[in-house]
Design a protein around this ligand. Structure first.
Ligand code: V4E
Length: 200
C-alpha cells in the first residue's frame, strides 16, 4: 500500500525560483475537492479527511498521532469499497447515500491549480487555491511504514538545502476554515489537530 510522506512549506517568490530552477515540470492540473464531516466533526477532529476529488471518493487516515509527527503521514483509501469497509457500511449500497444517511455533509469546496515538478527524487507540488492561498508540498511516496523515517529525513534535508522555512504551515483546508468557519476551526484547535497560532 502506498504511503504519502509530505511536508508543506510557505514560499516567497525568490525561494520559489531557486526551488524550481533545474526541476522537471510534470504539468499543471486543476481539481476540486469537496470535504465532508458530520455536525460534531467526528472525522476532522481525529485528523481524518474525507473528500470527493473531481467525483472520486478519498479518505486520508493518520498513521501517527498528529501531535508527535514531524511530517504529515497518511494512509489513503481510494476505492468506495475500502471506504465503505472503514465505516462498517453494508457492501451492497452506494457510498454517497450511506454517508448522507449517516449524517456526513460537505463543509468546504476548494479548487486547486497544481503545478507539479520532480527534482532530486522528490515531487514538488506548488498549489494555488481559489480562495487566494498558495502552498508548496515536498513529497515522497513509500511502499511501507519502515521507509517513513528515511523519507522524512530526506524531505527535511532537501528543504534545508533550499532554505525552506520549517514550522507550522496551515494546509489549505485549515486555512479555509480559519477564514470561513471559526466554529469548525476552533473545534480543531480544541481537539489538538490544529495548533493555536498568534496571528489571529
Ligand atoms: C491532511 C489534512 C487535510 C486534508 C487535505 O490534505 P492536503 O495534503 O492539505 O491536501 P492536498 O490537496 O494537498 O492532497 P493531496 O493531493 O496531496 O492528496 S486538511 C488538514 N490536514 C492536516 C493538517 C493539520 N492537521 N494541521 C494543519 C495546520 N495543516 C494540515
Amino acid at each position: 500500500m502506498a504511503i504519502e510522506v509530505e511536508k508543506k512549506f510557505f514560499l516567497n517568490n525568490s525561494d520559489k525560483r531557486v526551488l524550481i530552477d533545474g526541476a522537471d515540470s510534470v504539468g499543471v492540473k486543476t481539481f476540486t475537492d469537496i470535504y465532508y464531516d458530520n455536525a460534531i466533526y467526528n472525522l476532522t477532529s481525529n485528523d481524518i479527511w474525507l473528500r470527493v476529488r473531481d467525483g472520486r471518493w478519498e479518505l486520508k487516515l493518520p498513521l501517527e498521532h498528529f501531535q508527535t509527527r514531524i511530517v504529515d503521514q497518511y494512509r489513503e483509501l481510494e476505492t468506495e469499497s475500502d471506504i465503505s469497509e472503514y465505516f462498517n457500511f453494508p457492501k451492497d449500497k452506494p457510498l454517497t447515500q450511506l454517508l448522507t444517511d449517516a449524517g456526513y455533509q460537505p463543509f468546504a469546496s476548494l479548487t486547486t491549480t497544481r503545478s507539479k515538478y520532480k527534482k532530486e527524487g522528490f515531487t514538488i507540488d506548488l498549489d494555488a487555491i481559489d480562495f487566494g492561498y498558495e502552498i508548496v508540498e515536498i513529497e515522497k511516496i513509500v511502499d511501507n511504514e519502515t521507509e517513513i523515517s528515511k523519507a522524512t529525513n530526506a524531505i527535511l534535508s532537501f528543504a534545508k538545502k533550499y532554505n525552506l522555512k520549517t514550522g507550522q504551515v496551515r494546509g489549505k483546508v485549515i486555512e479555509y476554515l480559519k477564514r470561513n468557519d471559526r466554529k469548525h476551526f476552533e473545534a480543531l484547535i480544541a481537539s489538538g489537530v490544529v495548533l493555536p497560532d498568534d496571528d489571529g
